[in-house]
Design a protein around this ligand. Structure first.
Ligand code: SRM
Ligand code: SF4
Length: 592
């Protein structure tokens, strides 16, 4: 029986709905009073509208750097907005990139930021410019609809323009899932584009009621989906609520392993919150992949926790039910047969940076963008370089899941021109990067993120510099190492799957995690608690020294840590309250 469409009779089992549930319920399919406030002269939206705005891809924020000063002057917060563009598989045309580049200048803070989920964000948008910015994005056949909010989020897939059926298939599937599970409410067009519908949000068919799948209260929380390949997991597939892994025979996808229940957000000191990797539920034929995601979304819609948002993500339903009960419910609803999952080996990771062949006689160039921030700085004019490259050569512009960009469809002279323009503007080539920088990521945190406990994007570059020096001295310069930093435990830069991660606990202290790896298939341990940034290196030095002297050929920090210090388990779950493992290091040092 397919129980996928939203049924009014179905009442979720929870007690008192959360405030956000009430805001959705009273929001008239995402309308609220957003249009009225936009037209008025208030500088911010009501609390309920703030929740609804997220579904439109818009976050109300304030500049946290200015808070103190404004308070002293008796002024309120400096309200501004973040806007997120959803790009399935991260793919943009040259023309679309150039339009976003213009939005950054005219309507935002002059920067674009590639997100860890292959989207693009703008910061510092003022209320008076919001409508023009959203309309401009839609006019370029992109959308902010569903980039945030309790719906299926931007669907990720390998963005490499490799000319084989498998890469094309995962990119097309990401686009199709996005299209099928995008909210259908007319609110978006009414509010932002004065009722005009553009191609970017083309609804597949007219909806019987405004949201025939989601209903008035949408999902209990966000739902994140990715599509990977068994030979290319550049998108960190185990971190998401839903994962599809394309299984290959003769380079063609013969079906997908369906994974469920991943998610990384935790709360410090709350053992009931968990970071958790997705686990295989079954195997589906290619033609059933979209329906498989819709079926998971429908189970989540009907059974997810709607009273406690901290326990609302799909992973908590998996924790509550266990995989077997979830599978039974899936089989009861799915209009196709769920097969047992196929055996998967260690999924390889590629960052796709530097010069790469597409396989059709052309090339693409993977450009590292530190923390995803495309901006001009003294001595490094990244934004200008990119604009000139895109204007002159019209490459495809694809965002990676590591906050970087691929410039695609280049012939050899164009490839050389790309490198020349990058050099001219002080932008380093991928080959010049240290391994630790190349694999680093940070979330935005301060000053824009309202949830940040400490710095991240602004702190990571100096931490990397220190690490680079130390690793160089220890002869570890060429060992791949993922280092990630976040301003709070929500995990936006996927810290818990990295070899090494710093997660803010307070404005001046961080938890240090060790033990994940590039392939993202293992959760790190809490290594040291409440460390000040100036003590990061001192805390890590003994471990780095041991890694340097004891590592096996090609052994990453995470693998070394797990072999010598971890408990030997391939950990797939960690809670918000753990005991640090640093003390184990002493016994190991003594034993050596
Ligand atoms: Fe995130 C909330 C930024 C990827 C887990 N995330 C936020 C907000 C919107 C803060 C807020 O709610 O007020 C941040 C906006 C900051 C700003 O100023 O821009 C924010 N998240 C980001 C981005 C931009 C980080 C980046 O460096 O690129 C990423 C946007 C991706 C996109 O295009 O959609 C981003 N966020 C992630 C990821 C990583 C991933 O999905 O690959 C995670 C961990 C995976 C997961 O979802 O479990 C993540 N963000 C969260 C959470 C914790 C959610 C949870 O249920 O545990 C929050 C807080 C929340 O939702 O309540 C959050
Ligand atoms: Fe904000 Fe925390 Fe996400 Fe960083 S990890 S962007 S501080 S919510």
């Amino acid at each position: 029986m397919n129980t996928t469409p939203f049924s009014k009779k179905k009442t979720p089992t929870q007690a008192k709905p959360s405030k956000v549930e009430k805001a959705k319920e009273g929001g008239r399919f995402l309308r609220g009073t957003v249009a009225e406030t936009l037209a008025g002269d208030k500088d911010r939206f009501s609390p309920d509208d703030v929740q609804l705005l997220k579904f439109h891809g818009v976050y109300q924020q304030d500049d946290r750097d200015l808070r103190k000063e404004r308070r002293k002057k008796g002024l309120g917060k400096h309200w501004q907005f973040m806007m997120r563009v959803a790009l399935p598989a991260g793919i943009m045309t040259a023309g679309q990139y150039l339009r976003l580049d213009q939005v950054a200048d005219r309507l935002a803070d002059g920067s674009l930021r590639i997100t860890t989920r292959q989207g693009i964000q703008f910061h510092g948008v003022l209320k008076g410019d919001l409508k023009a910015a959203v309309a401009e994005i839609n006019d370029s056949l992109m959308t902010t609809l569903g980039a945030c909010g309790d719906v299926e989020r931007n669907v990720m897939a390998c963005p490499a323009p490799i000319d084989d059926p498998a890469h094309r298939a995962v990119q097309e599937l990401a686009e199709e899932i996005s299209r099928q599970l995008r909210p259908r409410s007319g609110a978006y067009h009414e509010i932002w584009i004065d009722g005009e519908k553009t191609v970017s949000t083309k609804p597949p068919e007219p909806a019987a009621e405004e949201e025939d799948f989601y209903g008035a209260t949408y999902l209990p929380r966000k739902l994140k989906t990715g599509v990977a390949l068994e030979n290319d997991n550049c998108i960190d597939i185990f971190s998401y609520d839903v994962g599809l892994v394309g299984m290959l025979e003769d380079d063609e996808i013969v079906g997908y392993n369906l994974l469920v229940g991943g998610g990384l957000g935790m709360t410090h000191n709350k053992p009931e919150t968990v970071a958790r990797l997705a686990e295989p539920l079954g195997y589906v034929e290619p033609g059933d992949a979209v329906e498989a995601v819709r079926t998971v979304a429908a189970i989540f819609r009907d059974h997810g926790n709607r009273s406690n948002r901290r326990q609302a993500r799909l992973k908590y339903l998996l924790e509550r039910w266990g995989l077997e009960r979830f599978r039974r419910e899936f089989e009861r609803r799915a209009p196709f047969r769920l097969q047992p999952p196929r055996q998967m080996g260690r999924l390889p990771f590629h960052d796709h940076l530097g010069t790469q062949r597409q396989g059709d006689g052309r090339w693409f160039y993977g450009l590292f963008v530190q923390n995803g921030r495309i901006t001009d700085r003294e001595g490094k004019q990244l934004r200008t370089a990119l604009r000139r490259i895109v204007q002159e050569l019209s490459p495809g512009v694809h965002a990676t899941a590591q906050q970087s960009l691929l410039l695609t469809g280049l012939d050899l002279p164009s490839l050389e021109r790309v490198k020349g323009l990058l050099r001219e503007h002080g932008v380093e080539e991928a080959g010049q990067l240290t391994q630790v920088r190349r694999h680093s990521m940070a979330c935005p945190a301060l000053p824009t993120c309202g949830l940040a406990l400490g710095e991240s994007e602004r702190l990571l570059p100096s931490v990397l510099q220190e690490l680079e020096r130390e690793l160089d001295e220890l002869g570890l310069k060429s060992s791949p190492l993922t280092v990630r930093m976040t301003g709070c435990p929500n995990g936006c830069a996927r810290p818990y799957t990295a070899d090494l991660a710093f997660v803010a606990r307070s404005p001046s202290t961080y938890h240090v995690f060790v033990g994940g790896r590039l392939e993202g298939d293992r959760i790190a341990d809490l290594f040291a608690a409440d460390v000040k940034p100036r003590d990061f290196l001192e805390t890590l030095r003994p471990l780095l020294r041991l890694w340097s002297s004891q590592r096996r050929r090609g052994e990453s920090l995470g693998d070394f840590y797990q072999r010598r210090l971890g408990d030997g388990s391939h950990r797939r779950r960690i809670t918000g309250k753990e005991e640090p493992t640093q003390a184990r290091l002493h016994s190991l040092e003594v034993a050596l």
